[in-house]
Design a protein around this ligand. Structure first.
Ligand SMILES: Cc1ncc(COP(=O)(O)O)c(C=O)c1O
Length: 381
């Protein structure tokens, strides 16, 4: 079955008791056991819950994985993956990663003796050179955040595996509609389900997908032990979101491509970072690695100061000034003061997060309305 059919049907068989086409939300925290010391399919909702399990089955299928786990947030999912490491292990992360992941690695994982270093994952030679004998996990995003950098996932899998490390890919921006990292050799796929998987700015969630049963069991052990799992209502909302994932992502990507072309020709814009543009350094890899579209996230730079960019971001009306992304509503933000404020200033500069940078999450509104909104904001700058 094709992706959009599986998104609707896998994990979502009608309720066997009532025939309900949409399964009920199982809020129960605990389940009656067949006998003392005997276990049914479910016993306690931290360990497994039918509503969460349905979502996990769908997302594992869409990512082509052996199993998935749903968490309360994307950061809880990443924390679970990092918690597989031990003191003395090293994480090599791409330099264009989400600010919260940077903070988790540098300021929390470091307390447990896990070291992290960042390197440019688009420069494969430099990235491979940054591996250390104790590197156990390589962590990348493609498209990266906020530069929309494109990393060759298959090449990184080879680099990581040669060094005896696992490859984890934060697939939040691309979604499995456009990129399926496990098919490209990744061991773990992570999502902030808060974004495209939920898709409507009304749910917080995270997901890990494992490439093998063994990896699933290893991650499940940590997830069950640490307890950052997704609650049933959120799982229901994510399941509902997944049913329209492909339609949303393809349509939002179409609008994003048109906006990127328009911005690239705009006199007040000095640079547009969108992998769909031939000028983007990752365009060729994105063309191979992304399935027929380039996503709905983009960044651009406006000529001027930090305050000019801030004023611009505060002047749009349809594009709402908010962090997060991937929803039907278009959002705008200034990475230097918002999503990437947790980077040290020196690291921001080193990784090209400029003061004039603006990031857009293009939603499902009409192209003309979004373009008019940006134009009126330019006129105020
Ligand atoms: C790429 C990416 N990864 C991870 C996260 C963290 O997810 P959450 O906010 O659901 O914890 C975010 C959130 O913005 C993100 O954009």
């Amino acid at each position: 079955m094709q992706f959009r059919t599986r998104a609707i049907h896998v994990g979502n068989a009608p309720c066997p008791q009532t025939g309900a086409v949409v399964r009920p939300i199982h809020l129960a925290s605990t389940f009656v056991q067949p006998g003392a010391g005997k276990w049914g399919e479910f016993d306690y909702s931290r360990s497994g819950n039918p509503t969460r399990g349905a979502l996990e089955a769908t997302i594992a299928n869409l990512e082509g994985g052996a199993g998935a786990m749903a968490f309360a947030t994307g950061m809880a999912a990443t924390t679970c993956a990092i918690a597989m490491l031990s003191s003395g292990d090293h994480v090599l992360a791409g330099s264009d990663i989400y600010g919260g992941t940077y903070r988790l690695l540098h300021h929390i994982a470091s307390r447990a003796g896990v070291e992290t270093s960042l390197a440019d994952s688009t420069d494969l030679e430099a990235f491979a050179g940054a591996l250390r004998p104790n590197t156990k996990l390589v962590w990348i995003e493609s498209p990266g955040n906020p530069q929309m950098s494109i990393t060759d996932i298959a090449a990184c899998a080879e680099i990581a595996h040669k060094a005896g490390a696992l490859l984890g890919v934060d697939n939040t921006f691309a979604t499995p509609v456009l990129t399926r990292p496990i098919e490209l050799g990744a061991d773990i796929v992570m999502h902030s389900a808060t974004k495209y998987l939920g898709g409507h700015s009304d749910v917080m969630g995270g997901v890990l997908v494992a490439n093998s049963k063994k990896m699933y069991n290893d991650l499940y052990f940590v997830a069950n032990a640490t307890g950052g799992i997704m609650a049933p209502l959120e799982a229901f909302l994510c399941t509902r979101g997944l049913k329209t994932l492909e339609l949303r992502v393809r349509e939002q990507s179409r609008t994003a491509m048109q906006l990127a072309k328009w911005l690239a020709a705009h006199p007040k814009v000095s640079r547009v970072l969108y992998p769909g543009l031939a000028t983007h350094p990752g365009h060729a890899i994105a063309g191979r690695q992304m399935d027929g579209a380039f996503g709905a996230m983009m960044s651009f730079e406006i000529a001027g100061t930090f305050d000019d960019a801030k004023k611009f971001a505060e002047s749009t009306k349809l594009f709402q000034l908010a962090v997060s992304l991937g929803s039907v509503e278009s959002l705008i933000e200034q990475p230097a003061s918002m999503s990437h404020a947790s980077y040290d200033a020196a690291d921001r500069e080193k990784h090209g997060i400029t003061d004039g940078m603006i990031r857009l999450s293009v939603g499902l509104e009409a192209l003309d309305d979004l373009r008019d909104d940006l134009e009126q904001a330019f006129s105020k700058k």
